[in-house]
Design a protein. Structure first.
Length: 217
């Protein structure tokens, strides 16, 4: 597992997305903003799914805390907040708690809040949007470590993710080995192109037919 994350950590989201394209696999999701740091994050996924409150009795523990306590150092918490209610399922205390557990970051398919606090903690928060609205009385944690939907991608516990300023890319656990190999090949080709450009080769030659077809199987 550590070898997988180590290999993933040197790849950007675009290289992994290209690898998925080359293999005909889903996984790339657009529309996320990296709100709090300039770091790329990657790691094994731990999932949380939100639901509407609908007048339920107060929960014994706040949403997200089960995931934080279950996570291993380097894991990434991924939250589905697609209830349609403008309320944050991630905030400042959760960012601090996750930081202290050495969690790599959080990805929220929905709004997050307390962004300034997360910046102070240097904790990576990726989210669709931000809000001041609390989850209390609005949304609840429906389940932890279940399959969720992020964008149009099904994400399961134990999958892998890489996220940076370009976007978020998920890789199913069963596909990670071949995706890493394909991504390494993409990076090698791109590095050769960079070297050619620096050596003076015209960009039209570098980014010609071989570039346009490099992701074909």
């Amino acid at each position: 597992m550590s070898d997988v994350v180590s290999r993933l950590s040197v790849l950007d989201a675009c290289a992994v997305s290209d690898a998925l394209d080359r293999l005909g696999l889903p996984g790339a999701v657009s529309g996320f903003v990296r709100w709090t740091t300039t770091r790329r994050i990657c790691g094994r996924v731990l999932t949380v799914k939100m639901g509407k409150d609908e007048g339920r009795a107060p929960a014994a523990r706040h949403l997200g805390t089960t995931a934080i306590e279950a996570a291993q150092p380097g894991d990434v918490i991924v939250m589905e907040q697609r209830t349609g209610i403008d309320a944050a399922c991630w905030g400042g205390n959760l960012s601090l708690g996750a930081k202290l557990r050495q969690i790599a970051g959080v990805i929220v398919d929905g709004p997050a809040r307390d962004i300034d606090e997360a910046r102070e903690y240097d904790f990576p928060v990726f989210a669709r949007s931000t809000t001041t609205r609390t989850a209390r009385g609005r949304i609840v944690e429906a389940a932890t470590n279940v399959a969720i939907t992020v964008g149009d991608v099904t994400v399961s516990p134990g999958d892998f993710v890489v996220a940076d300023a370009s976007g978020v890319v998920f890789v199913a656990q069963s596909d990670i080995a071949r995706v890493l190999d394909a991504a390494d090949a993409v990076v090698a080709r791109e590095q050769a192109m960079v070297a050619a450009l620096r050596a003076g080769t015209p960009i039209s030659q570098v980014m010609g037919t071989s570039y346009e077809t490099m992701l074909k199987k």
